[in-house]
Design a protein around this ligand. Structure first.
Ligand SMILES: Cc1cc2nc3c(=O)[nH]c(=O)nc-3n(C[C@H](O)[C@H](O)[C@H](O)COP(=O)(O)OP(=O)(O)OC[C@H]3O[C@@H](n4cnc5c(N)ncnc54)[C@H](O)[C@@H]3O)c2cc1C
Length: 287
């Protein structure tokens, strides 16, 4: 049995595990791979790197850092979280128990199976407005989605892009649209372009010219798991206090899954805070 199980091996989860381990407690990290950072290419806005750093390298180094300290980093997918007299984490292939759990599974931004989407990732298709809006200044962009998250992304893009339109891909928006956000509800057939994305082709044969499409169909795994234990959530975000504590004792959350600024710096900070809070929680329990 571990003192703390960290769900997610991205910047938030690894950062949390380092603080638990260095305080002399046992941490186990479970991550299935494929976090946000795996979709990124070069990172230019994280402290301490004079040159752009490869996102894949950052993930690898984080995991190596945890392993060097003796923290097990298990590659598996978490399917369930429950509480009996301790936390029970079920993965696809095993079961783990701990006194405390830190949710750090990021924000799952789902990709719809639209032809061309994979081809233009990083060349017009983005998953992060706050990260990439700068590259599309004074150019037409679209946001694919129909929920609050999509509206948030559109609002982030409006000050820099020449135009922003919402694409719902045949769906009715789940909530009322904000004023001033044009919407195209037609079903999408493909994303098209030569080297980079140039247009969206609809099933009725018409096309819409864009330089960028931001995918915003996020569903956070952490929020689903948190809800199972009665923890409070808001949309896809797990609600926490300033110590990253949820309303359930011993359950903490950090990184993209708590909402707000979806950036590495915030994930690393929140991981550190969640790790130290989990240590305090366990020490007070043992006293
Ligand atoms: C295209 C793109 C570009 C970006 N560019 C930048 C940038 O330039 N600068 C910047 O600061 N930020 C950038 N970001 C954002 C940054 O990647 C995230 O803010 C950061 O990775 C969040 O860290 P996290 O640990 O909370 O989540 P993630 O990095 O998403 O990690 C989540 C972890 O949880 C695991 N996981 C999820 N579900 C399960 C499950 N059910 N079972 C087990 N494990 C699970 C995943 O495998 C992963 O290990 C970018 C994001 C994208 C998508």
């Amino acid at each position: 049995m571990a003192d703390v199980i960290v769900l997610g091996s991205g910047p938030a989860g690894i950062s949390a595990s380092l603080y638990v381990k260095r305080a002399g407690l046992n941490a186990v990290v479970i991550g299935r791979g494929g976090g946000s950072l795996e979709k990124a290419d070069k990172i230019e806005n994280y402290y301490g790197f004079p040159e752009p750093v490869d996102a894949g390298e950052l993930i690898k180094n984080g995991i190596a850092q945890a392993k060097r300290l003796g923290i097990p980093v298990i590659k598996d997918e978490v399917v369930s979280l429950s509480y009996l007299d301790r936390y029970v984490v079920e993965t696809k292939s095993a079961q783990f128990e701990a006194d405390s759990v830190i949710l750090a599974t990021g924000s799952s931004r789902k990709s719809p199976p639209i032809p061309g989407l994979g081809d233009f990732e990083g060349k017009g298709i983005s998953y992060c407005a706050v990260c990439d809006a700068f590259f599309y200044r004074n150019r037409p962009v679209a946001v694919l989605g129909d929920s609050e998250y999509a509206f948030h992304e559109a609002a982030e893009l409006m000050p820099t892009a020449s135009s922003v339109v919402l694409l719902t891909n045949g769906r009715e928006p789940a909530v009322a649209l904000p004023k001033g956000l044009p919407v195209i509800k037609k079903e999408i057939a493909a994303f098209e372009g030569k080297e980079v994305l140039q247009s969206v082709r609809f099933r009725d044969g018409s096309a819409y010219a864009v330089s960028g499409v931001f995918i915003a169909l996020g569903v956070a795994g952490s929020a689903d798991l948190a809800r199972k234990l009665g923890a409070r959530t808001e949309g896809v975000a797990v609600l926490v206090d300033e110590n990253m504590q949820t309303n359930v004792p011993g359950l903490f959350a950090a990184g993209d899954c708590t909402g707000g600024l979806l950036q590495i710096s915030k994930a690393v900070y929140e991981g550190a805070k969640a790790g130290t809070s989990a240590v305090k929680f366990i020490r007070s329990k043992k006293r």
